[in-house]
Design a protein around this ligand. Structure first.
Ligand SMILES: Nc1ncnc2c1ncn2[C@@H]1O[C@H](COP(=O)(O)OP(=O)(O)OP(=O)(O)O)[C@@H](O)[C@H]1O
Ligand SMILES: [Mg+2]
Length: 313
């Protein structure tokens, strides 16, 4: 069983009287211990996906399983426990990672305090974690007394405070120069090995993404076809026609149009994005035609709302 299993994940945000569809039916899996980088332009839905996996938000539709737990079934205490113990989060926004009135040790002990661990044990572990991110000299400094790279390393120590199995890092090197980015990534690789972490990381930087076992591209809320596991090579025949590997054929053959993009990581072929911004139309297209939505599902709530809106008009 994969460590992470996302099936047909849709995320729509309601803003005033319209909906923004951030994720349009994402399917993806990760093995235990794997490190995957997600790249993609601003607004592609990268942070939205990480928030769902971190249990910080719920999908509009689809299923999400992490280490055997179905996140949609976790409520109240079970969900709080998942957030505190199973997953460590490094945020894109630097001031979300750390409390500025607490020292480095104080920041790392905070999640342990919330988890109810004993005071002596938590200070000891906080110091060990800060040692492992090369901050032995800075235990008692507050974030404002640390450089950007040092702050991000404290953030990693905070994320690992309760020994999570999954580390979600949203642009962990976004504010760092290339030297600091390399230091950060080397540290992350060591920590991944030492703690047996599964790591899902968002980045805009291809050099950072190259540290990962696999790179996925997210664009307009959809994942590009991942062919990294394919043993077949893409061939171009003597008339210049592209022969697609077999595992890429089903999805691309069904598409009415395929877009071709030359990107830093390679040439990206993918079915053209859905034109529709309408979440109901999107859900309709994802649902099997012969399976009307059952009562009390997330789908049915959306359909009922649509019907109500139609009646009003
Ligand atoms: N809480 C929210 N409420 C409404 N819309 C949101 C919310 N969060 C994200 N969105 C919208 O969803 C889409 C995806 O946003 P998201 O933050 O996931 O993108 P991103 O790929 O992380 O972008 P960036 O690289 O700029 O961080 C965007 O159109 C964004 O405006
Ligand atoms: Mg983001």
């Amino acid at each position: 069983m994969p460590f992470i299993e996302c099936k047909q994940i849709v995320k729509a945000y309601k803003v005033d009287d319209h909906e923004i569809v951030a994720l349009r039916g994402i399917d993806f899996e990760m093995e235990r211990g794997e490190m995957v980088a997600i790249i993609g332009p601003s607004g592609a839905g990268k942070s939205s996906l990480l928030n769902l996996l971190g249990g910080l938000d719920t999908p509009t539709a689809g299923s999400l399983i992490v280490d055997g737990d179905s996140l949609l079934d976790l409520k109240g205490r079970a969900l709080a426990k998942y957030r505190l113990h199973q997953v460590g989060f490094v945020w894109q926004e630097i001031d979300k990672n750390l409390l500025f009135h607490r020292s480095a040790v104080g920041n790392v002990t905070l999640p342990m305090m919330l988890a109810g661990s004993i005071p002596f044990g938590r200070k000891k572990r906080a110091r060990e974690l800060l040692d492992s991110v090369d901050l032995s000299e800075h235990y008692h400094k507050r974030p404002t007394q640390l450089s950007g790279g040092q702050q991000q390393r404290v953030a990693i120590a905070v994320a690992l405070a309760n020994q999570p199995k999954l580390l979600l890092a949203d642009e962990p090197t976004g504010a760092l120069d290339s030297v600091n980015s390399d230091t950060m990534m080397s540290l992350l690789m060591d920590l991944r090995e030492k703690h047996g972490l599964t790591v899902l990381m968002v980045t805009h930087n291809m050099e950072v993404a190259a540290y990962a076992d696999r790179v996925l591209t997210l664009r307009d809320g959809a994942l590009a076809q991942d062919m990294s596991g394919s043993e077949e090579e893409l061939k171009i025949d003597h008339e210049g026609r592209i022969q697609l590997p077999k595992n890429a054929q089903p999805r691309l053959k069904e598409a009415a149009r395929i877009s071709v993009e030359v990107r830093p990581e390679g040439v990206l072929l993918r079915p053209e994005a859905e034109e529709s911004d309408n979440v109901d139309a999107l859900l309709q297209s994802i649902l099997p035609q012969d399976a009307p939505p059952e009562k009390h599902t997330l789908f049915s709530r959306l359909f009922r709302r649509k019907r109500k809106q139609e009646k009003k008009q």
